[in-house]
Design a protein around this ligand. Structure first.
Ligand SMILES: Nc1ncnc2c1ncn2[C@@H]1O[C@H](COP(=O)(O)OP(=O)(O)OP(=O)(O)O)[C@@H](O)[C@H]1O
Ligand SMILES: Nc1ccn([C@@H]2O[C@H](COP(=O)(O)O)[C@@H](O)[C@H]2O)c(=O)n1
Length: 213
């Protein structure tokens, strides 16, 4: 059983994915971390992000263990860099098998990203597309950074989110878009608990007999 969650930056995909996975006893993969990790390899070696061959090589040799715990992958700069290297087809190709293998786990898996319902797991039983207005997403990210004691400007975050959305939606390879059979949830006026309840309702409506412990 696969729950595919896609959506734009800071829409709450990861928060929701984690909660759904806990609820159903499934594994969870934040696929954005894979692209962030590829970008980090290049940045650590002072290789320009425009070097497609180096990015592809980094993706092919990526150590995918412990990405969740790696604080160096978080932050706006790494998200921006990830959105550059993620547009390269060979990078995406190199990360595909791992993601599909992750999705094949029993009793199930939740994967969140940009192309899970469209490319990685086109046969997922449940596909959710999580959105929120850019201003609300920027407010959430701003709150998050301030609560971690980091310096953050709301306007800068909003610009970053808009730029990243644009790049992710307009690229030719695996652009961010809802799968034809995805259920869209606009969370602009929902908090994290409300989002979880609304998503759970959608999941259970879609697969009432198969989902649940
Ligand atoms: N429905 C919600 N209402 C308010 N805040 C939320 C909601 N969902 C998530 N958040 C908060 O918004 C921030 C972004 O959420 P999260 O990291 O889950 O988004 P994301 O879509 O996975 O982001 P990214 O695309 O950058 O990986 C976090 O601080 C999270 O706690
Ligand atoms: N399935 C995915 C997941 C992510 N990306 C790219 O990585 C960037 C960072 O992702 P976050 O979810 O960690 O913010 C994102 O902007 C995408 O460009 C992707 O292409 N496919």
């Amino acid at each position: 059983m696969i729950i595919a969650i896609d959506g734009p930056a800071a829409s709450g995909k990861g928060t929701l994915g984690k909660r759904l996975a806990e609820h159903f006893g499934f594994a969870h993969l934040d696929t954005g971390l894979l692209y962030r990790a590829v970008a980090r390899v290049l940045m650590e070696r002072s290789i320009p992000l425009t070097d497609r061959d180096a990015a592809a090589q980094a993706a092919q040799n990526l150590d995918v263990s412990h990405l969740e715990d790696d604080s160096r992958l978080r932050g706006a700069a790494m998200g921006e860099a990830a959105s550059v290297v993620s547009a390269y087809q060979p990078v995406r190709d190199a990360l595909l098998a791992f993601q599909r293998q992750f999705g094949a786990q029993e009793p199930g898996a939740v994967l969140d990203g940009r192309d899970i319902g469209t490319v990685v797991c086109p046969d997922a039983e449940v596909k959710l597309f999580i959105t929120a207005a850019p201003e609300e997403r920027a407010r959430r990210r701003h709150r998050e950074l301030l609560s971690r004691g980091e310096q953050a400007e709301y306007e800068t975050i909003l610009l970053d989110i808009r730029r990243r959305d644009e790049r992710d939606m307009s690229r030719s390879t695996a652009p961010l878009k809802p799968a034809a059979d995805a259920m869209t949830l606009d969370t602009t006026h929902l908090d994290a608990d409300g989002t979880f309840r609304a998503a759970l309702d959608l999941v259970e409506r879609k697969r009432p007999a198969k989902v649940g412990r």
